[in-house]
Design a protein around this ligand. Structure first.
Ligand code: OXD
Ligand code: MN
Length: 597
């Protein structure tokens, strides 16, 4: 029986059921007993495997099909009525064409299956930021992941009442056919249709699809922001907490920064970092004229490989219970999990992510897929902020952009004002590494880390940022960081991880006008003496000790590299035609003149 008598909801569910023809419809009410029954069912069919409940209570394991392990940007579409509204950085499909194509694929696809109706809230139920979605899916795995990543159940429908304001999400596994895999967004209809995949980023519709693509469009219409940003709080010894939001492209360490543990000397003084979110921020202007941010999610969908007691002990602690692991190594000796970078003791008697026998002591092949994941409840995190569910969010002192640049960007710099900060975000980029592509130094521009996630024309998105600037009375300061400067021999110069706290400290001191900086062509760069290196004991790849001079090296602004970058930015901006905000074109030519001066 439907959990609601909202006619808009029931009519839509009936329509989708008439299309996909499930044997039955089951509403997810949010109760633990219902979820437990679903876990048991998934275990009985082999969809999930129950892990060692003494070592990993409440944890489950799943292996996906080999062709379905990551987001599919080339099969992700923004189906706005007008092509120009998808913009040059999105794939576009005309909505009626898209519905027709998808209806053909969905028709009868749930025959013999159950359709689960998952009401979910992005943002704490009752928060003024919160928005409702309903995901219809034929996958128990998706239901169980959604129950970790979002708030699900009856309370969400009660919050919705008889309103029409909910995102209509339809997900079907169909045949998991790559050729018929589509992730379609209809921003004007508040709808998402996802088919032939079971990978998180494609099918947990609350996350990238709603909380970024659809929500960015909603934010444009309603004067707020949906951003690909972590949120963290820095507590100083006097107990005051200051919050920052930070945008980095995928795989640049957002989860690690969000859960950072400060260097020992700071810990001794009483500094702490609190996690509010690791991937998405919804941001609104508060009554006090500051920006306030919430994490709309309820869990972490993190990359497992590389997560270790050294790189991120808080993340490791977060996945000890009630977690779903996907595509990692299954240790057959004790029914636990393993992944590359966890420790130096890979299991010998194991199955790899494809389900083949795997001996970690001998195998040349990796055991876990590089994009294998954990889905863990946020409440598991030892450093979760007391404010992480605060209905009004947390006030932002700073916004930080960043990318992976071998030479161009200094360790940190500050934009001169809001408009310049928008420019800094719009020119964000990362360089591909040799391991990933075979060619190093290929620059991929990824404005505000939103390239794959902006649900409308990125030119309009930039204009929205500029327009919002006029409405924010007390804007946060805007910074850019680059943890990834390389030496001439290709080694990372900056230690990163916990030591990034030293940069955060400088940023917060700048926000309080407690420290001066050098004005350069690109913005304000720290004086080398103003970043605290006390207790830093780091040797670059075992050969060169990190000193204050080394810090000076990575604070330099290399004009030749920047002039090269300006060319690349011009080319990128050129794609937007008259959608490129005039202010950004001005910012770019002003930068060029400063570099040439
Ligand atoms: C993610 C991503 O999974 O950005 O968060 O790809
Ligand atoms: Mn992300």
């Amino acid at each position: 029986m439907a959990l609601t008598d909202n006619k808009k909801v029931t009519a839509w569910v009936d329509e989708m059921a008439a299309l996909t023809k499930p044997d039955s419809i089951v509403w997810i009410d949010g109760s633990e007993s219902q979820l437990e029954a679903l876990r048991a069912e998934a275990v009985s069919t082999g969809e999930l495997l129950k892990l060692n409940q003494e070592k990993l209570p409440g944890c489950y394991y799943r292996r996906s099909t080999v062709n379905d392990v990551a987001r599919v940007e080339n099969r992700t579409f923004i189906c706005s009525k007008d092509k120009v509204n998808a913009g040059p950085t999105n794939n576009w499909m005309e909505p009626s064409e898209a519905y027709k194509l998808a209806s053909g694929i969905f028709a009868g696809s749930m025959g013999g299956r159950v359709m689960y109706a998952v009401p979910f809230s992005m943002g704490a139920v009752g928060s003024p930021f919160a928005k409702v979605g309903i995901e219809l899916t034929d996958s128990i795995y998706v239901v169980l992941n959604m129950a970790i990543m979002t708030r699900t159940g009856k309370a969400v429908l009660d919050m919705l009442g008889d309103s029409d304001d909910f995102v209509r999400g339809l997900h079907g596994k169909c045949e998991l056919d790559e050729e018929k895999r589509y992730i379609m967004h209809f921003p004007e209809d508040n709808a998402i249709w996802s088919m032939n995949s079971c990978y998180g980023g494609n099918v947990l519709l609350g996350k990238k699809c709603f909380a970024l693509r659809i929500a960015s469009y909603q934010g444009w219409r309603e004067d707020w922001f949906a951003e690909h940003m972590l949120i963290l709080g820095v507590e100083s010894p006097d107990g005051e907490v200051k919050y920052v939001a930070a945008a980095f492209p995928s795989a640049c360490g957002k989860t690690n920064l969000a859960m950072l543990i400060p260097p020992e000397l700071y810990q001794k003084k009483g500094y702490k970092v609190w996690t509010v979110g690791d991937d998405i921020a919804w941001i609104r202007i508060g009554e006090d004229g500051r920006l306030w941010a919430v994490n709309p999610e309820a869990g972490f969908f993190g990359v497992a490989p590389g997560t270790s007691a050294k790189s991120n002990p808080n993340a490791l602690e977060s996945v000890r219970k009630n977690t779903i692991f996907t595509n990692v190594v299954l240790n057959l000796d004790d029914n636990t999990v393993w992944w590359e970078g966890l420790d130096k003791n890979p299991p010998k008697n194991a199955l790899d992510w494809k389900g083949n026998p795997w001996n970690g002591a001998e195998s040349e092949e990796k055991g876990a897929h590089p994009n294998s994941r954990f889905t863990a409840p946020a409440v598991n995190c030892p450093c979760i902020s007391k404010q992480w569910e605060a209905p009004e969010g947390v006030p932002l002192s700073a916004i930080i952009f960043g990318g992976r640049r071998a030479k161009t960007a200094p360790l940190v710099y500050q934009a001169s004002d809001w408009d310049n900060g928008v420019f800094v975000g719009s020119i964000m980029a990362s360089e591909t590494t040799a391991a990933a592509t075979g060619a190093t130094g290929v620059v991929r521009r990824d404005p505000m880390a939103m390239l794959p996630f902006c649900g409308y024309n990125m030119g309009d998105y930039w204009q929205h940022w500029l327009d919002m600037g006029k409405k924010i009375k007390n804007p946060p300061k805007i910074f850019n960081v680059n943890w990834f400067r390389l030496s001439d021999s290709g080694k990372f110069i900056w230690p990163g991880f916990g030591d990034n706290f030293r940069v955060l400290e400088w940023i917060l001191r700048r926000c309080e006008d407690k420290v001066t900086a050098d004005e350069t062509a690109i913005g304000y760069v720290p004086k080398a003496d103003d970043i605290n290196l006390e207790g830093l004991d780091y040797t670059i790849e075992g050969t060169r000790k990190f000193t204050r001079d080394t810090l000076g090296e990575i604070l330099t602004v290399e004009k030749d590299y920047w002039l090269e970058d300006v060319k690349n930015i011009k080319e990128f901006y050129g794609k937007f035609g008259d959608k490129l905000p005039e202010k950004l074109a001005e910012q770019l030519s002003a930068l060029e003149s400063r570099l040439k001066a």
